[in-house]
Design a protein around this ligand. Structure first.
Ligand code: SAM
Ligand code: SF4
Ligand code: SF4
Length: 339
């Protein structure tokens, strides 16, 4: 049994999200708007990125303090060259129970088989619409829905377990909720709806663009009856519903209307080696310098213990309490859907 470290709110450190690149081939307006991430935007030079060896060494240190689940993300993780090699290295680390990757899926068809062979367990593919024109506009680069669907197909063929993520924005793609639900129910893949969040400083977040999960569930339930399912484990982010009479389910990630900070066990490592204890943290702690200065595993472990030990983040809960229009008692009524 590895050591467990707890933050100031008694939350253990269990999951590590590793960003392997800050680059992306998409320009989703809600994440990397083209006006800001234009041709002159300076991405990190190669020498500032953590090397595969450095990421693997940190993974080993993190597992020794309780991390069991690894998620590879970005930017677009498949923009990082030789990613399967990294997966293979992480797979060999004792204590790693699960390796997942979040991807926009556009390059997945090419890499799915190698990723599976390297030891990747699961992929979460982001897809916001099945309407080609809208999808092309949302991804900012005119990529086609079929590019992503081919990636999903290849991942299924390779034997990877698959989930879908759809960020829902009112007036942008909320009309895609039902078509997406129907399609992925048919395809037998779990679709998770994500409330549009105010990540970073550049995505022009407005509360009236958030479609509350309760409304999403309601809209689907009217056509395809749903019933709630219990969480799988402590800290599961998505609340889950099953289509009545099937074993197909959907998930709702309600970071805005039903904050889940109290069970948040996730730390994030940026591509340049900064450790963030919250998705909304404005500063991270540099772990690359100690790695490159020759610090020992125990010294770095101690640094991680200190960072986690003083963690007090609960951004989404604070936003929930402080945002007029969110902090009303009727905000999250889903119970009428029945059990
Ligand atoms: N490029 C990969 C992808 O899109 O899947 C991985 C990185 S992306 C930042 C990870 C996830 O965050 C995606 O599912 C994306 O849709 C979601 N995301 C990005 N910005 C968001 C926002 N403002 N609100 C909610 N989800 C967001
Ligand atoms: Fe790229 Fe993913 Fe952000 Fe879209 S959400 S811009 S695909 S990193
Ligand atoms: Fe975790 Fe921060 Fe998100 Fe709350 S706001 S769930 S603490 S990452």
């Amino acid at each position: 049994m590895s050591e467990q470290i707890l933050d100031t709110r008694n939350r253990p450190l269990r999951d590590l999200r590793i960003s392997v690149t800050d680059k992306c081939n998409f320009r989703c307006q809600y994440c990397m708007p083209a006006e800001i991430f234009g041709p002159d935007f300076e991405f990190l030079p190669q020498h500032k990125l953590l090397s595969f060896e450095e990421i693997t060494r940190l993974t080993r240190i993190f597992t020794s303090v309780g991390v069991g689940k690894i998620r590879i993300t970005g930017g677009e993780p498949l923009m990082r060259k030789e990613l399967p090699k990294l997966i293979e290295m992480i797979r060999q680390v004792d204590g790693v129970q699960d390796i997942a990757m979040t991807t926009n899926g556009s390059l997945l068809a090419r890499h799915a088989k190698a990723l599976k062979e390297a030891g990747l367990d699961r992929v979460t593919v982001s897809l916001d619409s099945l309407d080609d024109e809208r999808f092309g506009r949302m991804n900012g680069r005119g990529y086609h829905v079929s590019d992503v669907l081919k990636g999903i197909e290849a991942a299924a063929e390779a034997g990877l377990s698959i989930k879908l993520n759809m960020v829902v924005q009112r007036g942008v793609n909320d009309e895609d909720i039902l078509p997406m639900a129907r399609f992925f129910r048919e395809q037998k893949h779990t679709l998770r709806f994500i409330e549009f969040m105010d990540v970073g400083n550049s995505n022009g977040w407005k509360l009236d663009q958030v479609v509350p999960s309760s409304e999403i569930v309601q809209r689907i339930h009217e056509e395809m009856p749903l019933t709630p399912i219990d969480p799988n484990y402590f800290g599961e982010v998505a609340s889950r519903y099953r289509y009545v009479g099937t074993d197909q389910e959907i998930g709702l990630i309600s970071s805005v209307t039903q904050a889940f900070c109290s069970t948040c066990t996730r730390a994030r490592l940026s591509a340049e080696g900064k450790l963030y204890s919250c998705l909304f943290a404005s500063v991270g702690d540099d772990l690359r310098a100690p790695l490159r200065e020759g610090k020992s595993d125990e010294e770095i472990r101690e640094q991680i213990r200190t960072i986690w030990g003083k963690r007090d983040d609960r951004y989404s809960e604070v936003r929930l309490n402080d945002t007029p229009g969110l902090n009303k008692p009727d905000k999250v009524e889903m119970s009428h859907i029945g059990g």
